[in-house]
Design a protein around this ligand. Structure first.
Ligand SMILES: Nc1ncnc2c1ncn2[C@@H]1O[C@H](COP(=O)(O)OP(=O)(O)OP(=O)(O)O)[C@@H](O)[C@H]1O
Length: 426
C-alpha cells in the first residue's frame, strides 16, 4: 500500500510538472507569435508612413527614417506609400511613355497644359517654371531648362534617371520629363503654397506660426537626411535656402532643386563658387570642396531664417553673431525672434532650435552635426511640445467633463481645444 501510494504520488507529481511545462511553453509560443505579428505590422506601418526609397539600378529598397515621424500629423499630398506620385499611377497614365520608370511627356501635351507656356509661376537659375493643368485633371510644375544649356540629350537622360530615383515625402519629387524640339523640361509635383521665402518675406501672407516653423524645419531636415544618408549614392544639395523649400497644400515642406547638375546653372555667382551667397559654407569657399556638412551649414542659416524672419541679405548672420554673445546661458536668442511672431513662441523651443542652428553654422565642418542628428533634435522638440499639450489637456478635461456648466469652465474648454488643434492622431 505504502509502495503504491509513493508510486502514485511520484506519478501524479511528474504528470503535473509535465502538464505545467507543456502549458507554459504553449502560452509562451502563443505570446511570441502575437508579438512577432505586432512587430511585423508596426514596422510595415512605419515603412509605409515614412518611406525612404533607396534605389540601386534595378533595386528598390524601403528603409526607414531615423525617427518615426509620428509627431508630424499633417497630411501627405499626392504621395503613395512608396513616396511616388499617385497622379501618375493607374489608368490615368495613358498617352505617357515611361522610360526606366520616369514618364516622358510629349511636348504638345505640356504646351497645351501650360496654355502655350504662358502660366509662369517662377523664374530660377535653370529657367522659367510653369504651372500646368494636365488633361487628367492633375496640376504639376514644369521647369523648362534654359536653352543655352550645354547639356546633351544623353546627359539629360542620365540626370533624369538619377533624379527619378530620389523619392521622399520631403522632396519635391520628379514625376516626369520632356526632351523634344531641343527643349529639356522637368515635371514636378505641384506645391500649392509656393516657397518658404514668400511666406517669410511677403506681406501678403499671414505670418507663419511658431509651431509651423518647427514642423517645416523638421521636414527639411528629413528631406536632407534622406539625400545624405538614404540615397545611393548620397546626394549633396548644394543650394539650401528658403527659396528652395516649397510648401504643399497642408503646409508640409519639401526640398526642391536637388540633384540638378550645377554646371548648368546660369552663372550669377562669381568665380566658380556655386550656391547662394549668405548660405555658403565658409570652408567650401576656401577649400572649394563641397560636402554634406556644407548642406548642414546652409540648413543652419535656414533655421535662423525661420527664427528671425530675415534672410542673409538682410544682415541675418551679423544679427545672429551679436545674439550669440548673450546666448551662452540659455538667454539671448529671443532677441532675434521674428517680430511677426508677436511673442507667440515657446522660449525653450526657440532656444533649442537656435542652439542647433548655431552648431550647424560652426566654421569647422567637423564640429557641425549630421542631418541625422538635426532630425533627432528637432523631433525631440516636436515630441516635447506634444507631450506638454497632452499633459495640459489631461489637466483641463476632467474639470470640463465633470462640471462644464459655468462660463469660466466653458472658456477653459475652448482654450484647451485651441491648443490641441494640431495634436497628432493617437
Ligand atoms: N514644384 C513646384 N510647385 C510650385 N511652384 C514651384 C515649383 N517649383 C518651382 N516653383 C516656383 O518657381 C520658382 C522658381 O523655382 P526654381 O527652383 O527654378 O528657382 P529658385 O529656387 O527660386 O532659384 P534658384 O534656381 O536660383 O535656386 C520658385 O521660387 C517657386 O515659387
Amino acid at each position: 500500500m505504502k509502495g503504491v501510494s509513493w508510486g502514485l504520488i511520484i506519478g501524479v507529481t511528474v504528470g503535473v510538472v509535465i502538464g505545467v511545462l507543456l502549458a507554459t511553453s504553449a502560452l509562451f509560443c502563443i505570446r511570441f507569435r502575437k508579438k512577432r505579428a505586432q512587430i511585423g505590422s508596426s514596422s510595415s506601418r512605419r515603412a509605409s508612413t515614412i518611406p525612404i526609397r533607396v534605389n540601386g539600378v534595378d533595386a528598390c529598397t524601403i528603409v526607414s527614417d531615423s525617427t518615426t515621424g509620428q509627431e508630424s500629423p499633417r497630411v501627405l499630398e499626392n504621395l503613395d506609400v512608396n513616396g511616388g506620385s499617385l497622379w501618375l499611377e493607374g489608368p490615368r497614365r495613358k498617352n505617357v511613355v515611361s522610360v526606366s520608370g520616369i514618364p516622358k511627356y510629349p511636348y504638345k501635351d505640356l504646351q497645351k497644359a501650360t496654355s502655350n507656356f504662358t502660366t509662369v509661376i517662377g523664374q530660377g537659375a535653370f529657367g522659367p517654371v510653369y504651372k500646368a493643368q494636365m488633361s487628367t485633371g492633375e496640376t504639376v510644375a514644369v521647369k523648362v531648362l534654359a536653352s543655352n544649356s550645354k547639356q546633351g540629350e544623353k546627359e539629360f537622360q542620365t540626370e533624369v534617371l538619377l533624379l527619378g530615383r530620389l523619392h521622399h515625402r520631403n522632396l519635391v519629387n520628379l514625376v516626369g520629363y520632356c526632351a523634344e524640339k531641343g527643349e529639356h523640361m522637368l515635371i514636378y509635383v505641384y506645391m500649392t503654397n509656393g516657397s518658404l521665402a514668400s511666406h517669410l518675406y511677403n506681406e501678403k501672407y499671414e505670418p507663419l506660426k511658431w509651431d509651423l516653423r518647427i514642423n517645416i524645419a523638421l521636414d527639411v531636415a528629413r528631406g536632407l537626411e534622406y539625400l545624405h544618408d538614404g540615397a545611393v549614392p548620397p546626394v549633396v544639395h548644394r543650394d539650401i535656402k528658403s527659396h528652395n523649400i516649397l510648401l504643399d497644400k497642408s503646409m508640409n515642406a519639401r526640398v526642391a532643386d536637388f540633384g540638378l547638375s550645377r554646371e548648368e546653372m546660369v552663372s550669377h555667382h562669381a568665380s566658380n563658387i556655386r550656391g547662394t551667397f549668405g548660405y555658403l559654407d565658409p570652408e567650401y569657399v576656401s577649400s572649394r570642396s563641397f560636402t554634406t556638412k556644407s548642406d548642414v551649414y546652409s540648413f543652419g542659416v535656414l533655421l535662423f531664417e525661420l527664427i528671425a524672419g530675415r534672410n542673409p541679405q538682410q544682415g541675418l548672420m551679423e544679427y545672429v553673431e551679436l545674439a550669440a554673445i548673450n546666448a551662452e546661458v540659455n538667454e539671448g536668442w529671443e532677441e532675434i525672434a521674428d517680430a511677426r511672431l508677436d511673442g507667440s513662441y515657446d522660449t525653450n523651443e526657440l532656444h533649442d532650435m537656435a542652439r542647433l542652428a548655431y552648431r550647424c553654422i560652426n566654421r569647422m565642418s567637423r564640429k557641425r552635426p549630421s542631418m541625422r542628428d538635426a532630425v533627432q533634435t528637432l523631433s525631440r522638440i516636436v515630441k516635447g511640445r506634444h507631450s506638454k499639450r497632452r499633459r495640459r489637456s489631461r489637466q483641463f478635461f476632467p474639470v470640463t467633463i465633470e462640471d462644464g456648466s459655468t462660463d469660466r469652465q466653458s472658456h477653459r474648454r475652448q482654450d484647451s481645444f485651441d491648443s490641441l488643434s494640431d495634436l497628432p492622431d493617437v
